[in-house]
Design a protein around this ligand. Structure first.
Ligand code: ZN
Length: 298
């Protein structure tokens, strides 16, 4: 119900059972066995449109607002199911975001990509997730886009519109998004600033900062191609990378020799050199890496 008082709107939701259906049988069954019958109280009184309530008692109370509750897997799934549903036409089969078969995977991908983390039953957005959603164009964030596409797909299925038109519209949208979002605003730059990135040291090739990245340490200069995450094929810890950048000796365990034996070694950086190899897709990879002076523990 929507109530109006002194120009303000107040809403109230409630359910009143008008027909008990199979629950009537259940109640009879429970009564027959002397079990308790749960009587659900209806919250709403009998109401008529246009009804006026006179002499309503009112009082003001003080309270604190609470932040909205974090989603759980269940509440997020049902929100996805309902998202954009009012904007979808009745003949659309797949409503909401994703399908029953893909919704759980979509959430899982957000977790593995580091945009959402699980805390007990709750799904909490990570810092990366909050940053991403704050810079994504409104068009892409809105469930309206899915609704529009689903409506068009439904019309294509019925032969009412040409698939080529749909594809060219998508191409136009992508072009528009790339043009409009080509440059990062100052505000966005501030969000993605270097403040939260941990600096491990200076790049030995170009002198730029080396920072901790999601896929290992990397040089922030985009053109120097100094590779720092591995030594002799072994992945290095942040501490080891820090030491190497300071020119210090590190102990690397479990290095594999060409003959397949594993050994430990102390590595001390002694300059850098270029490397190149062809990856499994036939692409040539080039870059720079540390040269090491090797010592072996007894
Ligand atoms: Zn560099």
């Amino acid at each position: 119900m929507v109530l109006s008082c002194a120009g303000e709107k107040f809403t109230l939701r409630g359910k009143t059972v008008t027909r008990k259906g199979w629950k009537e049988t259940e109640e009879d069954f429970r009564k027959a066995f002397g079990l308790e019958v749960k009587e659900k109280e209806s919250i709403l009184p009998v109401l008529v449109e246009g009804q006026v309530f006179l002499d309503v008692e009112s009082k003001s109370i003080e309270n604190f607002t609470k932040p909205p509750k974090a989603y759980t897997e269940d509440t997020l799934l049902s929100s996805m199911e309902r998202a954009g549903i009012d904007e979808m036409s009745d003949d659309v089969e797949r409503k909401g975001l994703g399908t029953p078969a893909t919704r759980a995977d979509i959430i899982e991908k957000l977790v593995t990509d580091g945009f959402v983390k699980r805390e007990k039953k709750q799904l909490i957005p990570t810092e990366d997730g909050i940053k991403l959603i704050s810079v994504l164009p409104e068009t892409l964030k809105s469930a309206k886009l899915t609704a529009e596409w689903e409506n068009k797909l439904a019309r294509i299925a019925k032969g009412e519109t040409d698939p080529d038109i749909f594809i060219s519209e998508i191409k136009d949208l992508v072009k528009k998004l790339v043009v409009e979002n080509h440059e990062v605003t100052e505000e966005q730059r501030a969000i993605f600033g270097t403040a939260s990135r941990e600096i491990l040291g200076k790049c030995p090739r170009c002198g730029s900062d080396v920072v901790k990245g999601k896929y290992g340490p990397y040089c922030t200069c985009k053109t120097c191609h100094m590779k720092l995450g591995k030594a002799m094929g072994k992945e290095l810890s942040d501490e080891q990378v820090k030491s190497l950048l300071e020119g210090k000796r590190i102990l690397v365990k479990g290095i594999k020799s060409k003959k397949g034996k594993t050994y430990d070694a102390f590595l001390t950086p002694k300059g850098i050199s270029d490397f190149s190899y062809t990856d499994k897709d036939g692409q040539e990879i080039t870059g720079f890496q540390f040269d090491y002076h090797l010592e072996f523990p007894n």
